[in-house]
Design a protein around this ligand. Structure first.
Ligand SMILES: *Cc1c(COP(=O)(O)O)cnc(C)c1O
Length: 238
């Protein structure tokens, strides 16, 4: 159970976060309406999501399939827009169809083909997806390498159950916000390049978290994914 104080803390920080986002957008000469806030709720109990919902939050992001499905079932009365933002293993793709408005983490042809088959089999609607790009990371495996991005994007265009909407970035945690800024700007360049190449608009740039959303918004983020700033530190267990 969350205390009243914890609930009002979440609601206060949510309001402050929205104000910060609007300030960052204005400073960048952008319309605050062009930046969507996803509240990242992994490891936080459904009551925490309910508190944010009551304060007007509608987009929520989850990282772990089972946890996400459990929360969706518990909150099925609420018209929440769910985003899957965690690493997606091919063997978990069967849980996706019809459950998430956007999957942010497509990073291989294999995963894309598996998800495509699962959507067809489930007769689920077309799934909006983002391609996760690996920028600035030598060792971590999540995200497609820049060199392989065009090929993956072209492959996705052939899968009619998936609709590519843009790119997603999870920068190395070791970098400061200022050091991440060139990566944000690189993601935008890659998006522009792909739009030309595919002859299709890719309006979404999903980048920016608690520590770096100002920089991400300055570089064109259309979605920021913020957890700690709203919900506080993550409990290690639900
Ligand atoms: C956990 C997580 C976030 C939120 O991070 P905070 O620093 O808590 O804002 C955003 N994006 C992804 C992919 C995450 O896993």
């Amino acid at each position: 159970m969350l205390s009243e104080q914890e609930i009002s803390g979440i609601q206060t920080r949510l309001v402050e976060t929205r104000e910060d986002i609007a300030d960052a957008a204005k400073k960048a000469g952008r319309d605050p309406k062009d930046v969507t806030l996803i509240a990242v709720s992994k490891f936080h109990p459904v009551e925490a999501l309910g508190a944010a919902y009551a304060a007007g939050q509608r987009h929520f992001g989850e990282n772990y399939i089972q946890e996400a499905l459990d929360k969706q079932d518990q909150l099925s009365d609420l018209p929440i827009t769910w985003h899957f933002i965690g690493k997606l293993q091919s063997n978990k793709a069967k849980f996706i169809p019809g459950r998430f408005s956007m999957v942010h983490t497509i990073d291989s042809g294999k995963l894309a083909h598996t998800l495509h088959k699962r959507i067809i089999a489930a007769e689920a609607p077309v799934q909006d997806v983002l391609i996760e790009v690996n920028l600035g990371r030598e060792t971590q495996k999540a995200g497609i390498e820049e060199a392989d991005l065009s090929q993956l994007a072209e492959e996705l265009m052939t899968l009619d159950s998936l609709r590519v909407r843009g790119l997603m970035l999870l920068p190395p945690f070791t970098l400061t916000a200022e050091q991440r800024r060139p990566l944000f700007s690189r993601l935008r360049e890659l998006r522009d390049m792909l739009e030309t190449r595919l002859g299709q608009k890719l309006p979404v740039l999903s980048m920016g978290m608690t520590d770096d959303f100002h920089e991400a918004i300055a570089e064109g983020a259309s979605i920021v994914r913020i957890g700690t700033r709203i919900f506080g530190p993550r409990p290690t267990k639900l």
